[in-house]
Design a protein around this ligand. Structure first.
Ligand code: HMG
Ligand code: MG
Length: 299
């Protein structure tokens, strides 16, 4: 059966804006995150403490994070690639961090300047220190369903890196279909393989991109498998810089439309959320790619 409630992990302000050509001013990002919280989202990934040359769009993390201090009861996870990133996040009082691994060598190199195993070795002290401080850690895993350079990615490789992330102490995982090539049978097979090695479904989130229009159907396959944490990006913001044709993450509005239609609770006010994404699209100077945003805000 399907779950009665799904927790949406909103990534628009981080995964979305990091991939936009326009660098959004810090005050606008803060307003965006406040509006996402007002729309009922309870986990709003805020930014990344990465090297500013690698992701100039998020170079204002130190200025942005303190502007969110009034958001009570909303989780504001941030990405940290290494101990330097963790130090920056802890200095600002972050309670939730995420490390981001890769299932493939090509993406580990492109994204982290490391091999897969070197990246895992870089994360181990980050996760250990975060946990010592009572900080919740999410372990992202990119290119789980296909890689722009390597093509097909064996499920066994994904399983190996998932195990490594959990064994080092990550509280939860997010399985990324970074270039949006997954189809539902592949999703089911992946989740079955993870279950077979005792990875509890409660600790698995899914992170789909909509390049081939499969993000919602992939989500449904994951829900049927017991997954209750789904990543999405308001208005479908973002893309993947390493795959020209890749569109953004699954749009949060499209996800909420499907979930509410299925009678699944999200706590999200869809009208408010769509208005927020339409507003952000105006700021970015182009329409939102989300069908639901367009339908609900058509003038
Ligand atoms: P590197 O060049 O190998 O870094 O990059 P390094 O460790 O050799 O250090 C070089 C310099 O960078 C040093 O400074 C460090 O202090 C500094 P120097 O001593 O030369 O003056 N440095 C830092 N500065 C600020 N903050 C830091 C930091 N770390 C080192 N945290 C590094 C390695 C990991 C730093 C780099 O590759 C990086 O920042 N990568 C981030 C890439 C990124 O953010 N990608 C997007 C997120 S992943 C994603 O979007 C996928 C996901 O959405 C899921 C999906 O869809 O698949 C999660
Ligand atoms: Mg993504």
């Amino acid at each position: 059966g399907l779950p009665t409630r799904v927790r949406i992990h909103e990534v628009g302000a981080r995964d979305g804006l990091q991939n936009e050509k326009t660098v959004v001013p810090t005050e606008l990002k803060a307003e965006f995150i406040h509006r996402l919280a007002d729309a009922g989202l309870t986990t709003v990934e805020a930014t990344s403490f990465v090297h500013p040359k690698w992701v100039p769009q998020l170079a204002d993390a130190e200025d942005l994070f303190p502007l969110l201090g009034d958001l009570q009861g909303v989780h504001l996870p941030v990405l940290v690639p290494n101990e330097r990133g963790l130090d920056r996040a802890l200095a600002l009082g972050a309670h939730r961090v995420g490390v981001f691994a890769s299932a493939t060598e090509s993406f580990a190199r492109a994204n982290l300047n490391r091999t897969v195993d070197e990246a895992l070795a870089m994360f181990a002290p980050v996760v250990a220190r975060a946990r010592e401080q009572g900080v919740h850690v999410r372990g992202y895993l990119s290119m789980c369903f296909g890689d722009p350079w390597e093509g097909a990615v064996p499920i066994s490789r994904v399983v190996r890196v998932c195990r490594a992330l959990l064994d080092m102490g990550c509280d939860e995982l997010s399985l990324g279909d970074t270039i949006g090539v997954a189809t539902p049978g592949h999703v089911s097979a992946m989740l079955a393989a993870l279950n077979a090695v005792q990875v509890p479904t409660e600790r698995i989130g899914v992170h789909f991109h909509d390049t081939y229009g499969q993000a919602l159907t992939n989500t449904l396959a994951a829900l049927q498998h017991g997954v209750t944490t789904v990543d999405a990006s308001a208005g479908g913001l973002g893309g993947c810089p390493y795959a020209k044709s890749a569109t953004g993450n699954l749009a949060t509005e499209d996800l909420v439309w499907m979930l509410h239609g299925l009678g699944i609770d999200t706590g999200v006010d869809l009208v408010r959320l769509s208005a927020t994404s339409a507003w952000m699209a105006d700021q970015l100077g182009r329409p939102s790619p989300s069908r639901t945003v367009r339908a609900l805000t058509a003038r």
